[in-house]
Design a protein around this ligand. Structure first.
Ligand code: ATP
Ligand code: MG
Length: 443
């Protein structure tokens, strides 16, 4: 494993003082997979006080010192170095009852969640891999370190982390680990909602449709609203899949953008509550877009998602059934209401939704829409009152004031959006003056 010079130097400094030191965890896993590690975490036999002394030449971050972690600022980055430690008991399913510094790296690796995350490496001592993480990684196996039931009971967040590692690195959970993940899944109810949300955000962009199916018991444990969708027969000639399988395809078909992936996951939540059967035995879902938007907001509020994400997801779901037209005038009106980002994302959501029904559809339509949107973007069209070639002061000069002024500006925008008027000052002033004469805005 090749390490950057600053990491090697830090290890060498610790080793020269007699303390074994290693890179550990995610960076070893990523390097073995041939991926560029995001960051390097170090572990060592040195205590935090000894590290402070050894690295006294460097700026240090000491907020994690009580847990054994010292941050060394090198190359503009903070290198986290943690004293080997063992943990015991987890009565609150969140924090260890005790943490003890230990002299050997193997004891430190034993407290880690999965074998693929429980490897350490040093340039002088090589790979330390007491749990077979290297082989599991080569065979693409996700396996808990030690007794899986106990490890997920200790910290149920490991269940979601496991799903994330499996999806990101294309790993298959080993039988006993998977059984324990499913059995202990109800314990995730006790986790801080923000942590669950953060894991889901790390996971969603990586999900293939098969991941939503294989990890369904875990996903429905943290988002119970998805459970009624599993196996739900839509009784529709347009839908070849049950509601959950359809959703899985939609999630995997939209780009890896967070609001889009969340919207895709939750877009049909309302269908279960809106389901009706007509006399011919066909299913209908009138109003499911609005109901689904409300339910999605409830889910995201419970998960403490940021308000901005909640709003984006809500509007995408609310609009996901509204037909779009490949026509610039139509798109300008929609842009004026929704803005660029929302309308752009809506084309992806609708395309994925249409393409995930398992029936034939026109594959050229949505790319054509996006082409038109790109052309419109270059044209910088007038979309809002503030884009008009006249402003409030111009209208005041004609005699407008108060509410009538706002009404007239909105009217002019309507005229420009529908191309009844060009966005040019003389034409807009003439129209405004004519309306003023008629008293159209004073009613
Ligand atoms: P990534 O940073 O890509 O999410 P990572 O493996 O580096 O993956 P971190 O959360 O940065 O994950 O944690 C670093 C290491 O600490 C992990 O590789 C693992 O060994 C250990 N670890 C982290 N969280 C837990 C946990 N909840 N239970 C047990 N070990 C953990
Ligand atoms: Mg990491």
């Amino acid at each position: 494993m090749k390490l950057p010079a600053y990491v090697r130097n830090c290890i060498a400094l610790l080793e020269s003082a007699g303390y074994p030191a290693y890179v550990v965890g995610g960076c070893v896993r990523d390097a073995r997979l041939g991926l560029e590690p995001k960051d390097y975490d170090l572990c060592t036999a040195a205590s935090p006080e000894e590290m402070e002394r050894l690295f006294s030449q460097y700026p240090l971050v000491l907020c994690g010192k009580a847990h054994g972690t010292v941050g060394v600022v090198v190359e503009g980055d903070v290198l986290q170095i943690t004293t080997f430690r063992a943990e015991g008991g987890y009565r609150d399913h969140r924090h260890p009852d005790w943490v003890r510094f230990v002299p050997r790296v193997e004891a430190d690796l034993a407290r880690r969640d999965f074998t693929v995350n429980a490897m350490a490496f040093s340039p002088t001592r090589g790979l330390i891999d007491p749990f077979g993480g290297r082989q599991d990684l080569e065979r693409r196996i996700l396996r808990a370190v030690g007794d899986p039931e106990q490890r997920f009971q200790e910290d149920p967040l490991r269940i979601l982390r496991g799903v994330r590692f499996a999806a990101v690195y294309r790993l298959e959970p080993e039988t006993a680990s998977w059984a324990a993940m499913v059995r202990q899944a109800p314990l995730m109810d006790g986790l801080a909602r923000e942590r669950v949300f953060a894991e889901l955000c790390g996971l969603l962009p990586w999900m293939e449709w098969g991941d939503l199916l294989r990890f369904q018991p875990i996903l429905t444990a943290v988002i119970p609203e998805l459970a009624p969708m599993v196996g739900f027969d839509q009784r529709s000639p347009y839908h070849a899949y049950d509601l959950y399988t359809h959703t899985a395809h939609v999630v995997a078909s939209v780009p890896r953008d967070l609001p889009l992936r969340w919207a895709a996951l939750l877009h049909d939540l309302g269908k279960v509550g809106c389901f009706t059967l007509d006399e011919s035995g066909r299913g209908h879902f009138y109003g499911h877009a609005s109901l689904g938007a409300e339910q999605a907001v409830q889910v995201l509020t419970r998960l403490k998602a940021p308000a901005a994400l909640r709003r984006q997801v809500e509007i995408l779901i609310r609009q996901h059934m509204t037909p779009l037209e490949a026509d610039k005038t139509f798109l300008r009106r929609r842009l004026s209401r929704l803005g660029w980002d929302t309308l752009w994302n809506l084309t992806w959501l609708q395309e994925a939704d249409t393409g995930s029904k398992g029936s034939a559809w026109d594959k050229t339509f949505f790319p054509r829409l996006r082409q038109l949107l790109q052309e419109l973007r270059r044209e910088q069209p007038c979309l809002r009152v503030t884009d008009l070639a006249v402003n409030g002061r111009d209208l005041m000069a004609l005699g407008y004031q108060g509410k009538a002024l706002g009404q007239c500006l909105n009217h002019l925008l309507e005229q420009v959006l529908s191309e009844a008027l060009p966005n040019e000052k003389p034409a807009l002033l003439a129209a405004a003056a004519a309306r003023f004469q008629k008293g159209a805005d004073l009613a």
